[in-house]
Design a protein around this ligand. Structure first.
Ligand code: FCB
Length: 405
């Protein structure tokens, strides 16, 4: 017996990328950091991956091959695509804007539209021009102005051509890794800085929201938020108290602060975190991805349900897994969609699903080895090969429904 789950009319289907992870030949704070840290990261992994694994270099060369890549997305039935604009290309030196690079991104947007792909444009997906880092990046409140100026340039140029804007990608992951754990550039492990950065990102978002609306009142603006399903094991009181606190801080704090300044919620979802006996991360890990992340597709249902309180449209702007052999991807996508459908049937307004990622790409401090793509990249030849699960995803898109036995 098959059951058919239909998705809402006009549901958006596609995949996401970010500039630094796919474009290649960037010059920003990450490229500098990679050069300094590649040998250390290789050693930390006991030589399992050579230092080159940790250097983004030419990546997928998506910067020159975006048309070919969007042809693939179209061939796979997608009707939307998320990408980010690389600030360091647009403003490599403070106050010097490259019209050529702005035109590049105009061509990217037009190439998407020409293929019937609705663009989701991220203004900042973590990488920054080196001059911005030298003056203290988002640790300094006064620096918000620089980011706003860059965004204003972009928005002014592209207003009318873009409907969906994402100001900031996963502020809490950025602030957490760079300032709380101190493992990402600028590796400044400092609690005060962590709070300052988050506060300044909130301010930045509000600021940019108003700028975009000024140019285009119909624009739809949001952030992409990495929300986690914290589960209180056996619903025990101690576990529940911890869950309440961490839900407030990790999942809702940022969204609460910006709730009057967003038109949709962009949900990036990867993690389930079970709290048992006052301890986090007590997951069963029955199935895991190549990165050791638990594959627990039920979690997206709970996260979506918890976002209902905001009463706003939700687009799933990232969800996926590293799976080089493509052995779990089809199952994972289908199970996740089943759970998304369950949330929709309970009144959660989900309007799109963008798998992470269209292409294999450079996974930050892990480098190239994790394989998230619907499309496999041969990093030697840069040849693209569509993975079998991508064709299965296409069938779902074409039917706008999933069949589950
Ligand atoms: C998210 C990031 C994205 C990618 C995926 C795996 O946190 O936004 O760039 O690295 O994780």
């Amino acid at each position: 017996m098959y059951k058919i789950f239909k998705f809402p009319k006009d549901f958006l289907w596609g995949a996401a990328t970010s500039a630094h992870q796919v474009e290649g030949s960037n010059h920003n704070d990450w490229t500098e950091w990679e050069k300094e840290n590649a040998a250390r990261l290789s050693k930390k992994n006991e030589g399992k991956y050579p230092p080159e694994n940790f250097i983004s270099g030419r990546a997928c060369d998506h910067y020159s091959r975006y048309e070919e890549d969007f042809d693939l997305a179209k061939k796979l039935g997608h009707n939307t695509h998320r990408f980010s604009i690389e600030w360091s290309r647009i403003e490599p030196e403070e106050g010097k804007f490259s019209e050529l690079e702005i035109e590049h991104y105009r061509s990217v947007i037009r190439a998407l539209r020409a293929r019937g792909l609705e663009p989701f444009v991220t203004l900042w997906h973590w990488t920054m021009p080196t001059w911005f880092v030298e003056i203290g990046a988002f640790e300094k409140r006064a620096n918000i102005e620089y980011f706003a100026r860059f965004c204003q340039r972009i928005v002014k140029k592209f207003s009318g051509e873009v409907t969906f804007w994402i100001t900031i990608n996963e502020p809490e992951i950025y602030a957490g890794n760079s300032y709380l754990k101190g493992v990402w550039p600028p590796q400044n492990k400092n609690f005060i800085s962590y709070i300052k950065v988050l506060t300044n990102l909130i301010k930045s978002h509000k600021n940019i929201y108003e700028i975009i609306k000024k140019y285009d009142s119909k624009a739809q603006i949001g952030i992409t938020k990495n929300n986690i399903y914290f589960e209180a094991y056996q619903n025990k009181i101690g576990n529940r108290i911890l869950k309440k606190f961490i839900d407030w801080w990790w999942n809702f704090y940022f969204l609460n602060r910006i709730k009057k300044y967003q038109d949709f919620i962009g949900l990036n979802h990867y993690f389930h975190n079970r709290i048992k006996n006052f301890k986090f991360n007590q997951n069963e890990n029955k199935k895991i991805s190549d990165m050791g992340w638990e594959l627990y597709p039920e979690s997206i249902y709970y996260v979506l349900r918890s976002l209902k309180r905001y009463n706003q449209p939700i687009y799933i702007t990232e969800n996926g897994l590293a799976d080089a052999e493509d052995k779990n991807r089809e199952w994972f996508i289908k199970e996740s969609l089943k759970n998304i459908h369950k949330a929709i049937s309970e009144g959660v307004d989900v309007r799109g699903y963008l798998y992470w990622s269209l292409l294999d790409n450079f996974e930050w401090d892990k480098g190239f080895w994790p394989r998230f793509g619907l499309v496999e990249i041969n990093y030697r030849t840069l040849e693209r090969r569509i993975r079998p699960s991508a064709w299965e995803y296409k069938k779902i898109i074409e039917a706008n429904s999933i069949e589950i036995s």
